[in-house]
Design a protein around this ligand. Sequence first.
Ligand SMILES: Nc1ncnc2c1ncn2[C@@H]1O[C@H](COP(=O)(O)OP(=O)(O)O)[C@@H](O)[C@H]1O
Ligand SMILES: [Mg+2]
Length: 273
Amino acid sequence: MFMKQIIDIKNVGKIYEGEKGLVNAIENFSMQVEEGDFVAIVGPSGCGKTTLLWGLTGLHNFTSGKAYVLEEEITKPRREVGIIFQQSNLLPWRTLIENIYFPLEIMKENINNYKDRIDELIEGVDLTGFNDSFPRELSGGMQQRASIVRALSYDPKILLMDEPFGALDAYTRDEMDTLLLEIWSKTKKTIVFVTHRIEEAVYLANKVYVMTARPGTNLALYNINLPRPRPEGITMEMAFFDIVADIKKTIVKDVQAKKEAGKYRSQEYSTIA
Ligand SMILES: Nc1ncnc2c1ncn2[C@@H]1O[C@H](COP(=O)(O)OP(=O)(O)O)[C@@H](O)[C@H]1O
Ligand SMILES: [Mg+2]
């Protein structure tokens, strides 16, 4: 089957001009995402994962390399790209439904045209009956489910997710992962999912990009050939565990090699100039 390339990142880099000097966050990172892919990006804290996603959304520019979404160079945020952050970013003074409508208001859309779709999405994430609740009345998992509805409301082709379930407890996080896979298979979205949890990446994705410690660059790419839909209990199977262990070993080896070469930099704030 011919798969359309939907994201193409070629040797991108990002250098921040921080107060203490220049910070080399990403260097020479490349990634290809095809339509319908579920791609995960893993890497240690501070390796530039958020920096990379922000570049993909057009919220900031890369300082080198080229990045294309739907065959157009990324220069500004586009409505084909939805983003979900680690924090749900719901506005505390708005109810759940008013939060979901918020991006549509910003885009000056007629909300009536979206109501049926949104009702269906709300039902799909099991939030029916909470439209008039305020964020403080909802659990962390419910807030993140609301942010998924908000991002899907205007039907973007691509969903970028930055450690979206990182702040949730382990049980809720597993539930959210399963829910996300259901949404992905139903909606056929293309998802790029950032996490530092290798188990989560292997469970969710069909491709896992592994980044090095900062400056983040390509360390390895894994194609995950586990069955879809993921069978119940797959995370306790040897086949699953083998892949996770392999990725962990790759990361440890890289850190070891860098330490031996005296090139290992701690993830603490440090500058290149
Ligand atoms: N606005 C900024 N100015 C200067 N340095 C930054 C800025 N944002 C992030 N950084 C630095 O860039 C590196 C990568 O950050 P980030 O992309 O947030 O990593 P990750 O999401 O993988 O934890 C870190 O060293 C961080 O301190
Ligand atoms: Mg981050």
